[in-house]
Design a protein around this ligand. Sequence first.
Ligand SMILES: CC(C)(COP(=O)(O)OP(=O)(O)OC[C@H]1O[C@@H](n2cnc3c(N)ncnc32)[C@H](O)[C@@H]1OP(=O)(O)O)[C@@H](O)C(=O)NCCC(=O)NCCS
Length: 325
Amino acid sequence: MASILGFGGYVPERIVTNDDWAARLDTSDEWITQRTGIKRRRFAADDQATLDLALEASRKAVADAGMEPADIDEIVLATDTPEMLTPDTAALVQHGLGCRNIPTYDLGGSGCAGFVQALDVAASRIATGTRNVLVVGVEVITRLISLEDRSTAVLFGDGAGAVVMGPGPGRASVLGAVSGTDGGSAEILTLAAGGTRNPFNATTLANGEFNRLVMDGRKVFVEAVRRMSEASLQVLEKVGRSISDVALVIPHQANKRIIDAVTSKLGLAEDKVYVNVHEYGNIGSATVPFALWEAVGAGKLVAGDLVILTAFGAGFHWAAAAVQF
Ligand SMILES: CC(C)(COP(=O)(O)OP(=O)(O)OC[C@H]1O[C@@H](n2cnc3c(N)ncnc32)[C@H](O)[C@@H]1OP(=O)(O)O)[C@@H](O)C(=O)NCCC(=O)NCCS
């Protein structure tokens, strides 16, 4: 069975508060707080990009596992905001960390569900003989979406999280995972420009399409609550456990109201659900591994604790994993 051997997380230093947004756009701390629970978020420094954040979190995870980069046998990296279009950010992490010439993969476009899906993929790679897999979730969302559109800009932040996984006993065992996709809902949350259908060019630039994140917030909200709740229960059933066994749920951190609705649907007490969205906003595929690293570092997870990781994002994709400390 695949285990988690080390945890890492990183957010850039620059803090952008709701009042900073209110000074720039037609919005307010009150609106953002009431609708999302977000109070502040981090922005990558001008000289930072996705690779820098991924390396910071990865180095911590590798050291936390008591390993050297040479011990890593594979890298799976989830991001919707890669360092560049090609090659994959995972290849750049392989070189930047100083790993051997191991295989690397980006899991791109899974939105905020990417890390939990990557964890699922890594667990199956380990089941078929791969040893130590570095799994990363990283985003520099604030660089690729319009900072003039108040309906999306205020929701997001930048950050990274990582785990090292391997076979045999570790700090926590991945008991099982479930994932699902509804590609028919793609247009509800999409950044359509920059691919082959609608390449970056003078027209997309003139129309402001190149960085326009199109989102039907209400539909995303409803589906996020439904899918994360269902996936959590499905993975518990898969591993033969029940919601009353769960010590902590770490859901994707998009919006406090979404988290509250999932908490209520699962019938959980508030203290059994991890929340840091007020501090960091939505950091995409990095929310779950970053929160996991934070929770472990704060001593919130001890041996015996059953933890559910669950996430939802563009696609739509959703996933959940059951992790036994
Ligand atoms: C986006 C979201 C916060 C909007 O909250 P909401 O309660 O659905 O908002 P409503 O649709 O009731 O209100 C929208 C109104 O607020 C306005 N508005 C949008 N962003 C605003 C902002 N930052 N400040 C002030 N007003 C804003 C809109 O223009 C609209 O005004 P109108 O009614 O005059 O047209 C919410 O739908 C949400 O969080 N959805 C999920 C989004 C998400 O998590 N995406 C990532 C998924 S991984």
